[in-house]
Design a protein around this ligand. Sequence first.
Ligand SMILES: [Zn+2]
Length: 94
Amino acid sequence: MPHPLHEQVRRAFGFPCGYCRVDETSAGAELTVDHYRPLAAGDADELANLVYACFRCNLYKGDYWPSPKEEAACPSPKPHPDAKCLTLISYNSS
Ligand SMILES: [Zn+2]
């Protein structure tokens, strides 16, 4: 069952994965919708908290979310090629 905002998130991010930039062609399928801050943390299921992410990144990130310091710098994901916040997450969560 795709996320209700799947298509909106997909367009907002311009199709590649918000974390690693893999595109749908390379991934072999449409990507998934990831919660920037997990619902488990009580965050909202809304566009500002959603990232278009490939399956691998989604799985890798899991329930990680930014430390208070990182979160202050990047309160929400940015659908932009220079989304450093997202890169920060993908490399800090290991
Ligand atoms: Zn990815």
